[in-house]
Design a protein around this ligand. Sequence first.
Ligand code: HEM
Length: 389
Amino acid sequence: VSEPRLYDPSRPDFQDRAHEVYRTLRDLHPVYHHPEAGFWALSRFDDVRAAASDAARFSSEGTDTSQGLLPMIQALDPPRHDSLRQLVSRAFTPGRMAAMEPEIRRIARELLDGFALRGEADLLESFARQLPSRVIGSMLGVPPERREQFLEWTESLVEAQPGKPATERVRHPAMRIYQEFARLLAERRARRQDDLMSALLDAEIEGRRLGEDELLGFCFVLIVAGNDTTTNLIANGAVLLADHPDQRKLLVEQPERIPGAVEEMLRFESPAQALPRIAREPVELHGTTIPAGALVRLLWGSANRDERAFEAADRFDVTRPTPRHLAFGQGLHFCLGANLARLEARVAFEELLRRIPDYTLRERPGWRTSIWARAHSAVPVRFEPRAVG
Ligand code: HEM
């Protein structure tokens, strides 16, 4: 039996109570059904992992988030997914990621230069929001003067607007993004540049190249998946370190622990809280049957706090032995940008803590209303002003 509206992330107060709601779901309603909205939700670590690993029964095609959009990698099933993934992975190699490190560090330092002497800042607006969009923009080849506009479009895609159907909510900014990319791709067709868009034009597998719709769909995914999630990882992490000054001090003294801390940030406040699947056949789980055709939300954010999978799951601990969290998903849709996001977050915290080792929150940051994202609306901090260290 489901409690009506227990899990309803479109409610403005949901994010304040998210972890409390998730615990009730895991303990009492591991196969939750929202009676009015009609969707189902899985919240336990083992169940979310198993569903994400079973693409035959839990399909990524035709969910409510992808309606009205061009085909995108994360909304495709095999075999179309696998050939597209193979193709784009070639333009998205670990080498290309690693080569980005000096550029990421340069951008992080430049952003810190902008406010380190002021003694106060909104770390979300001035740092966490800027870094990923400049990195992905520079990687893809979006001209600097267009990046703010892209940011605004992608943010309006992620924002939940209760009362408006999903299709209407996403279509307008999505069309603007497609149009802009179509223009940028046309420029590169005429003259290749040293960027990912040009590499994607030439990426080829078994004699096949990406079609125009696939190119646009993929650029769209990169800019949408690569901006907001990484921003929230950095912003959520900055708040967690403000709330745990002893752990922050440890990272200042031992920066080699930052990669482990980033994994714990991902686990503790997962930027992507939930993503949808469609049940292709009836699925029986914990004595409940999810009917064929049902929309099923996988709650990564809850799975990562499941005490069945993590000791003291509600304790933030940067020294935790590498947690096997699900923040980047699991299975064949495992985040293609995971290494880039990890790299950006590592560099962001290395540079932030070097320049501003001690900061306090000016007020408790609020959460944005969102069905999918764990996102603060601002991270206002104060600190000792410091010149270049
Ligand atoms: C902290 C940052 C990030 C988080 C938390 C995150 C999370 C995720 C998750 C949970 C999935 C699985 C989707 C599913 O199973 O339906 C995913 C897939 C994906 N992510 Fe990320 N992501 C992040 C950053 C990035 C970045 C920086 C990029 C690209 C530049 C990216 C590109 C993608 C792509 C292309 C997929 C689809 C892969 C596929 O379907 O094969 N992500 N991400």
